[in-house]
Design a protein around this ligand. Structure first.
Ligand SMILES: *[C@@H]1O[C@H](CO)[C@@H](O)[C@H](O)[C@H]1NC(C)=O
Ligand SMILES: *[C@@H]1O[C@H](CO)[C@@H](O)[C@H](O)[C@H]1NC(C)=O
Ligand SMILES: *[C@@H]1O[C@H](CO)[C@@H](O)[C@H](O)[C@H]1NC(C)=O
Ligand SMILES: *[C@@H]1O[C@H](CO)[C@@H](O)[C@H](O)[C@H]1NC(C)=O
Ligand SMILES: *[C@@H]1O[C@H](CO)[C@@H](O)[C@H](O)[C@H]1NC(C)=O
Ligand SMILES: [Zn+2]
Length: 942
């Protein structure tokens, strides 16, 4: 599954593993990554007793005992859902009852590996009727001694048997069941949309869809619902005429049951985990993709298909699949691959084997309406989900604690795939940068969790010498490694489950000399990442754990890549000594997952070089230096003014990566001070920095066009965002003018790339009229990306009452879809005028929100994170919030609350210490420069 931050950290890890291991035959870098167990409702790792006494023995707590292993399921499901309700022509006739239930039956074939008298399966919320156990070896019924549904989080459905099930015995269990389909976006659920009938009358339409990951297959049928319990599945879906049923594999037969119902039978699936099962019953239509062997169809609302909104997805999906098959040298094992854009969907997308599901905004793309960012997002998400067909589906982690084995590789492969199909985007550098930044920030918190379960969390610092081993970069070697050893791991474990030790074993075969597991474990079993401090006068370098507010003794194996003013990238520790005051730069091209700090003299030389001779420093490092400086300042390892000095060179910078880095890092300072007197001087300084950049793109912006180059397009967005955001008059006028034109003439000429930022500016500068216009456009549009841009922009108003009303709308699914509620509230909280409102709103409605929106994959953690982001004074409120709601009620948000409390404490401290120096710095800096211009025409040379 793909979800913001989650991908980020995993991406950082695997990038590092693959590049470094491939590069010199040494695996050195791995980051720590939060498994986000809480978000995934994961149950804790069990302590499995060494010997399981029999009977009676200890009862399993949360995990299946493993006595019985499923081999195959036969599953029949019948959703009682009308695709739409016909309005009765006779006023007295009643419409049919849309009762939103489903019935089904299932036979699971399993074998016994440990004697037992109890069968444990998972079931949540299903009403189970007949239960029948058969001994397949003797071909006779096994008498049962009753069943028990556990009411705790184990969700066990326990069947006690009169006879002992013997090792090696083969059995089958038949169950009949009935369940409810809700709009909870979990298990088998209902999604709705309105069609746009030609006569202007639109009808509400219904879709039955599934989301099983991580533990909702048990809401659909009783099963062994753990990722290692892989089996094959024969699925039959009984559905109403006029609908089409999709499942993981290809349909083998469709036959008529009666005048209302059809039954679709599907081929046996691959051996797979229950969380990858999926079905969709809908009236959707599809667009085909080209692929030499696999039949690929992209499904969406008929209207969206007719308008061509699935064309881009269809065009690239075949290419991506072909690329992955070639790169991994294992063919996609099915005959078909379907993708479906669902109007309601909790995650961005889900990689169900052969039936990938998406939010509409992730899959649909309209030329001329969707922005280039949306296009990148679509390509990246599709590539991510397709990569999961190998990493995750074919080879699966043993248990959820190592889900990074799925997510990390998927994120890494998706970058390669997108780079391959859209080379002009240069997406690799940018994605790496973005992902590293967000991973870095999260990982620096003490409540951050290690990548893997913290078995031996802290290692003794005994091999420090090794930390600085020289490594040589060689592309040729990397390619050779890839060709000879690549993905033996995939082939060896296909259709099975792995843990990270398995991966290390395979990497070990390639890297004879180094103990791979030892090196890697410093990265996977520890929290956080290191900061390397280099003193260029003495040549000394040491590492410590990087954290914002404390430090612990942890040690990593770190490969360091260095360059100096006079050398190219080299890698020898002699280079740490600077001769004649020249600068030295470590972590060249920011390839490593660590931060670098220097002695003040070297910082000074580097910052001077940035201003006077920026070309000498690689673009990625121009961004990285800003990022390191800001974060070292947050950790109090350097002065905050040093970090600010590192942004001065932006006055003449037009490259994207340094700007991205500055925008991201200044965001923190702005969030801390946008309610204080520091804000005025901050804005003045930002206007100074951005004027040149804004004028650089002015001709494009004013003519509603964009530059050819992809990264320039990104930077044009930055230019407008920072310029308008800091109140550059020319930018504000431009935005208001474009929006007014739309309001008055009904024609929207704003370029899609900059729509959301221009809408936001215009709504922020405007009043009720602008807001109402935006809302009307939002409601009447059937185009997903249009709606997304407006939904975001509506949160930008400065009018408190409009913001409050908008907040109320988020809990009304007729106005804001459930899946969008959290991100809408977060966007409102991101507006300085909406921060306090959003926090009060969340507190006031917490119980309701966590009940209605807490099921399935709703990101309650990200809600807490979003609304408390700015906290730098209200620490006590947050702790009281935690006291008001116990752990159970906080549920998946519990860890987010802890992190928010920790972050708030750090913020309070930081603001106290830095307010005065920052105020002085910004005042001085914004006064110094004379050319404070308002319009590009006044600029010297643009
Ligand atoms: C509907 O029912 C009412 C009363 O039961 C009756 O008067 C009316 O004629 C009916 N209308 C139609 C169209 O059958
Ligand atoms: C739902 O409707 C079907 C027929 O359409 C019926 O057989 C079933 O009993 C109904 N279930 C409930 C819970 O009303
Ligand atoms: C399962 O349900 C389907 C549809 O109701 C039915 O045709 C089939 O016979 C049932 N299977 C068993 C084993 O009863
Ligand atoms: C059946 O269950 C009852 C209690 O539920 C228990 O006392 C009895 O021993 C069980 N019989 C067998 C054969 O396991
Ligand atoms: C909508 O449908 C109703 C009844 O079918 C019809 O009377 C009405 O004219 C339709 N509306 C439009 C705008 O066509
Ligand atoms: Zn994923």
């Amino acid at each position: 599954m793909a979800k913001g931050f989650y991908i980020s950290k995993a991406l950082a890890i695997v990038t590092v593993v693959l590049t470094f291991s491939a590069i010199a035959g040494i695996i050195t870098m791995i980051i720590v990554y939060q498994t986000q167990t809480a978000d995934l409702n994961m149950t804790p790792r069990p302590t499995i007793p060494v010997t399981t006494p029999f009977p009676p023995g200890p009862r399993p707590q949360m995990r299946l005992p493993g006595d019985l292993v499923p081999d195959h399921y036969e599953l029949t499901i019948r959703p009682y859902l009308y695709p739409y309700i016909e309005k009765p022509t006779d006023e007295n006739a009643t419409s049919p009852d849309q009762n939103m239930t489903f019935t089904g039956n299932s036979t699971v074939y399993f074998h016994c590996v440990r004697r037992t008298k109890t069968v444990f399966l998972h079931n949540r919320g299903l009403t189970i009727g007949t239960v029948r156990l058969t001994d397949r070896d003797k071909n006779q019924r096994v008498p049962l001694n009753g069943t028990t549904q556990h009411r705790d989080e184990s969700n066990f459905f326990e069947i006690s048997v009169d006879e002992v099930l013997e090792v090696g015995g083969n059995y089958s269990l038949f169950t009949e069941f009935e369940g409810e389909m809700m709009d909870d976006l979990a298990g088998l659920y209902v999604s709705r949309y309105r069609d746009a009938a030609a006569d202007g009358n639109s009808t509400e339409r219904f879709v039955a869809a599934t989301q099983m990951q991580p533990t909702d297959a048990r809401k659909v049928f009783p099963c062994f619902d753990e990722p290692a319990m892989k089996a094959t599945f024969d699925v039959k879906i009984i559905h109403r005429r006029g609908t089409e049923a999709l499942a993981n594999s290809q349909e083998s037969d469709k036959s008529i049951v009666d005048e209302d119902w059809l039954v679709s039978t599907f081929h046996t699936t691959q051996k797979m985990s229950t969380y990858l099962l999926a079905f969709v019953v809908s009236e959707f239509q599809s667009t085909p993709s080209k692929h030499e062997r696999v039949k690929i169809l992209t499904y969406a609302r008929p209207e969206a298909i007719a308008a061509g909104h699935a064309d881009y997805a269809a065009e690239i999906t075949g290419k991506i699949l072909t690329f992955l098959e070639g790169h991994l040298e294992i063919n996609f094992p099915q005959k078909k691959l379907d993708q479906v854009a669902l109007p309601d969907f909790a995650a961005a997308a889900m990689e169900n084997w052969g039936l990938v599901t998406y939010q509409e905004s992730a899959l649909l793309f309209e030329n001329g309406v969707s922005s280039m960012l949306a296009k990148e997002w679509t390509a990246t998400i599709i590539a991510h989900e397709l990569a999961h067909q190998w990493f995750g589906n074919l080879v699966t982690m043993k248990w959820w604690n190592e889900i990074w084995l799925n997510e990390g590789f998927a994120a890494y492969m998706s970058t390669l795939a997108v780079d391959n199909i859209e080379p002009s985007w240069n997406i690799k550098d940018m994605l790496m940068m973005e992902n590293l930044h967000s991973a870095f920030e999260w990982d620096a918190l003490a409540s951050s969790h290690p990548l893997s379960s913290p078995a031996d969390a802290i290692q003794t610092p005994s091999e420090i010498i090794e930390l600085f081993d020289p490594i040589t970069y060689s592309k040729v070697k990397a390619e050779a490694w890839r060709r000879t050893h690549k993905w033996m791991y995939l082939k060896a474990f296909q259709y099975e489950n792995t843990e990270q030790a398995d991966l290390w074993k395979y990497l070990q075969k390639v890297n004879g000399k180094i103990n791979v597991a030892n090196v890697m474990d410093t990265w996977t079993n520890q929290i956080g990442y290191p900061v390397i401090t280099i003193n260029t006068t003495t040549g000394e370098a040491y590492q410590r754990h990087f954290q914002y507010n404390q430090s612990t003794v942890l040690v990593w194996h770190v490969p360091i890549k260095v360059m100096s003013e006079t050398s190219g990238p080299t890698l020898f520790k002699e280079e740490f000594v600077s001769k004649g005051g020249e600068w030295i730069l470590a972590n060249v091209n920011a390839a490593g997952y660590y931060r670098v700090n220097y002695n003040p003299e070297n910082w000074h030389s580097l910052l001077t070089a940035l201003e006077e001779d920026p070309e000498r420093i690689p673009i990625v490092n121009r961004g990285q230096l800003i990022d390191d400086a800001f974060n070292l300042a947050r950790a109090k390892l350097v002065n905050v003014t040093l970090a600010l000095n590192a942004t001065r060179f932006l006055r003449n910078e037009t490259e994207l990566i340094p700007w991205e880095s500055a925008v991201t890092n200044l965001r923190y300072i702005i969030a801390m001070f946008d309610r204080s007197e520091v804000f005025g001087p901050i804005q003045a300084y930002r206007r100074q920095l951005v004027t040149n950049l804004y004028c650089f793109f002015k001709n494009y912006t004013d003519n509603a066009t964009v530059p050819e180059d992809h990264s320039q397009q990104h930077n044009q967005i930055n230019a407008i965002r920072v310029a308008c955001g800091s109140g550059l008059p020319e930018c504000r006028l431009m935005a208001t003018r474009f929006f007014r034109y739309w309001m008055q003439n009904g024609t929207n000429i704003i370029h899609p790339n900059v729509r959301s930022i221009i809408y936001c500016q215009a709504i922020s500068a405007g009043g009720e009229e602008e807001w109402e216009f935006g809302w009307k456009m939002f409601q009447s549009s059937n185009i997903t990306s249009d709606r997304e841009q407006l939904r975001y922009a509506l949160a930008c108003t400065k009018k408190i009452w409009l913001l409050n009303r908008y907040l109320e709308y988020t809990l009304n699914p007729d106005k804001i879809r459930k899946m969008d509620a959290v991100s809408t509230i977060n966007t409102i909280a991101g507006n300085v005028a909406g921060q306090a409102l959003a926090w009060n709103f969340v507190r006031a409605h917490w119980t309701y929100i966590s009940q209605e929106y807490g099921a399935g994959m709703m990101p309650l953690g990200s809600l807490i994170d979003g609304v408390t982001h700015r906290f730098s004074t209200d620490f006590e409120l947050l702790e009281r919030f935690q006291m008001d709601h116990d752990e159970e009620e906080l549920g998946s948000a519990n860890r987010a609350v802890e992190q928010a409390i920790e972050r708030t404490a750090a913020n309070i401290q930081w603001v106290k210490e830095n307010k005065q120096p920052l105020l002085e710095w910004f005042q001085r800096e914004s006064a110094v420069t004379k050319n404070t211009i308002s319009y590009c025409s006044e600029a010297p040379a643009c």
